[in-house]
Each structure stands twice: as structure tokens, then as C-alpha cells.
Design a protein around this ligand. Structure first.
Ligand code: IMP
Ligand code: MG
Length: 371
């Protein structure tokens, strides 16, 4: 099934949705049937859930709606706006917020803030779908229909850029990309070797999805996610983040870009265990690592480059010579053996990383063009 540019496949059938909603209605009734509840649907997504929930909830209650929006395309914009507020007073009332899906939790946080001002008696949250891995808040969700992995879904009220809300079942992005024309490149290089700079050029030139574990970590740290807090404690010491955290995060990013022409892995894998995990994961998609390219440069030149970068980037891990050397030591101990791992598979290429940005891009392109 196609919506705009993307292909979707059935993920959860209508019957299963109905069963989950019936369960939610029963649980709500068990807690509140003696109260006259006010159910408040959060538009647009929750119109289907609320409709079916009401068919299963057969006790006196009221129904109302608010409209909020926090999404553009398939990634959360991290910003919640209230579009249409409440007209009636809810003071002293028991309120059940009805959501189609809770993702980061920005929306429920905003709702909680709004309803606190209303002096309601009870404030409960019911959501058909919940993505525990994406959730960043501590607010308890009182009634959850179905827990799902951190994947983009449509149907049953949920949309992809406006389309798909009227579908009776729920769909997920299909993996239509089983071709082996993909170019998946692993870029190696010590911190400061210019991986990030070169990756910018290569992703444009070859239409690749650039996945930098450093960038993904920093994004999570900046947004203070669970993963971010965890990663921060390691990065600040100059240590590597544990494999299982890194691998999970990276897989999530690949899952979000299943229609990609190829991936440029930057900063990953850094250990043999990670390389094994990456191979195993790519295999589940019928893909593989096409090549690994190392940007080689002398340690002393790199230390100077990093200290320069630290002056302007503000990155704590770039400002301290000991921490930098600690990262090089990690690299030599854990990452260097990886080169042998890929050499054995005839996938390893090395490029001299000293020279102008353009010269190095050209050398890298020469390697990629013959793959
Ligand atoms: P939150 O504020 O990040 O919890 O996001 C909640 C809103 O994001 C939902 O009401 C949806 O509009 C949208 N959303 C989150 N995940 C999905 C999805 O997988 N498909 C479609 N919309 C989604
Ligand atoms: Mg919604």
C-alpha cells in the first residue's frame, strides 16, 4: 500500500485493535464507572480510537476534543503546540485523555500542564499505542492498548503527511529495499581525521544516509533522553558507550531510513562485536557492508587538530590532551583489529587523510567508484 512516496505493509489487523480497545474500556470502567467521566480525544489522530472506545464503554460519560499537533513528516519536531483549547469548565471532573499514540511524550506533557490549570479531580491518560523506546518523560500512562517498537506507523487515525487516517488496520513502513545495489560504507579514522567533513561530501555525492554515532549520541544528550543520560556518562570520560546501547540506537536509525540508497556509517562499528552485530542486522534486510575506508593520519597532527576544534566546538572531550590520547588508545586497542576483520573479507581500503578537504574527497571517490 502506498502513501505519498512510501510503501507500507500491514502491521496490526483491525480485529486486534478492537480487542485492545475493548480491554482499555473494561479497565477504565473498572476504575471509574461510578463517576461520570469526561473523555477528551486529542485530534486529529484519536478520532477513531475515541469512537471505538465509546462503543465499548457503556456507562454515562461525556465526550470532547482538543487539537494539538507535534509532527511533521515522520520525525517528531520536538515542539508541541496547542491549536484548539477547551471551552467547557472541567473543575472537579474526572478526565480521561484519549490518545492514538504516545511517542516522545511531549504531547502528554503539554496536556498535563494544560489540565493542571483546570483543577480536574482525576487526570488519566489512555493511549492505543505506546512506543516505550521513544518515550522521554516520567508521566505515567494509565491505560495502554498496545506497546510497539520505535517504528513509524499509519492507519486507524494515524497519518503520514495527512494520508492513511481512514485505514482500518495499522501499517508500518515496508522494507522494499532488497536490492544489492546499495553502497554501505564504514568510514574509519581516529577522532579528528576528518570523517565528519568527508561524510558530508560523500553523502551528497552518492545519495547516502549518513549515520554518525557521535551525532546520534549528542542529539540524545542534548534532548536529555534516557539513552542520552547513559551515553553522557561514558563519553565525558573519553570511554566508548557500551555496545548494546550503540547497536540498538543505530538499528533504530537504519529502520527509519529503509528506503535509503545506502548508508555511510561514521564512528561505527568500533569493535569486532559491533561489526558482527552490524553484519547480522544488515543480513536481516538482505544487505551487507560493501566496503570500509580508513582515513589515515599521524597522531600528533590529529591531536593538534582536535585541540583547535575543542576551542570552538565546546566539546569537553576535545579540550583535554589526556582525554584525546585516551580515545586514541581505545581506537588502537579496539578499532584497529577491525581493520583485519574487514581485510579478511577483502573489504578494506585506506586513504591518506592529510591534504585539502577536496583532495581527500577525490581519493575517497576513486575508491567508491570502483565498488
Ligand atoms: P509525542 O508528543 O512525541 O508523544 O507524539 C505524539 C504525536 O506524534 C501523535 O499524536 C501523532 O500525531 C504523532 N506520531 C507519533 N508517532 C507516530 C507514528 O508512528 N505514526 C504517525 N504519527 C505518529
Ligand atoms: Mg495525536
Amino acid at each position: 500500500m502506498q502513501l505519498h512516496d512510501k510503501i507500507f505493509e500491514v502491521f496490526i489487523e483491525a480485529k486486534e485493535l478492537d480487542f485492545a480497545i475493548q480491554n482499555m474500556a473494561n479497565n477504565i470502567a473498572a476504575d471509574f464507572k461510578d463517576d461520570v467521566l469526561v473523555f477528551i480525544g486529542v485530534l486529529n489522530g484519536s478520532f477513531m480510537v475515541l469512537t471505538d472506545l465509546m462503543k465499548h464503554y457503556q456507562y454515562p460519560c461525556e465526550v470532547s476534543f482538543v487539537k494539538l499537533s507535534s509532527y511533521e513528516g515522520i520525525t517528531s519536531t520536538n515542539e508541541v503546540k496547542q491549536l484548539i483549547g477547551l471551552s467547557e469548565s472541567l473543575e472537579g471532573r474526572s478526565v480521561i485523555i484519549v490518545e492514538d499514540i504516545v511517542d516522545t511524550g511531549n504531547t502528554v506533557e503539554e496536556l498535563k500542564r494544560i489540565f493542571k490549570e483546570q483543577k480536574v479531580k482525576h487526570f488519566k491518560i489512555a493511549t492505543l499505542f505506546f512506543k516505550p523506546e521513544a518515550y522521554k518523560k516520567d508521566i505515567k500512562l494509565d491505560y495502554v492498548g498496545i506497546r510497539i517498537p520505535n517504528k513509524f506507523i499509519v492507519g486507524y487515525g494515524l497519518d503520514y503527511n495527512g494520508l492513511g487516517r481512514n485505514l482500518k488496520s495499522v501499517y508500518q513502513l515496508a522494507n522494499t529495499n532488497t536490492n544489492n545495489n546499495m553502497i554501505n560504507i564504514v568510514l574509519f579514522g581516529k577522532p579528528g581525521a576528518g570523517k565528519g567533513t568527508q561524510a558530508e561530501f560523500l553523502k551528497q555525492k552518492y545519495n547516502l544516509t549518513h549515520l554518525s554515532t557521535g551525532d546520534i549520541f549528542r542529539f540524545n544528550i542534548k534532548n536529555d533522553t534516557h539513552l542520552g543520560k547513559l551515553a553522557k556518562s561514558y563519553i565525558e570520560k573519553g570511554d566508548l558507550v557500551p555496545d548494546e546501547v550503540t547497536i540498538k540506537m543505530l538499528e533504530d536509525e537504519v529502520e527509519k531510513n529503509l528506503d535509503s540508497k545506502g548508508f555511510l556509517f561514521d564512528g561505527f562499528p568500533r569493535t569486532i562485536a559491533q561489526a558482527d552485530a552490524l553484519d547480522a542486522f544488515l543480513k536481516t534486510k538482505d544487505w551487507n557492508v560493501t566496503a570500509t575506508i580508513a582515513l589515515e593520519a599521524d597522531d600528533e597532527i590529529l591531536v593538534q587538530r582536535l585541540l583547535e576544534r575543542g576551542k570552538t566546538s565546546g566539546r569537553a572531550d576535545d579540550q583535554d590532551v589526556d582525554k584525546i590520547r585516551n580515545r586514541y588508545q581505545e581506537y588502537n586497542e579496539k578499532t584497529a583489529p577491525l581493520m583485519d576483520y574487514y581485510k579478511e573479507q577483502n573489504k578494506f581500503y585506506a586513504v591518506n587523510g592529510i591534504g585539502s578537504v577536496q583532495e581527500i574527497t577525490e581519493k575517497l571517490s576513486t575508491v567508491i567508484d570502483i565498488l
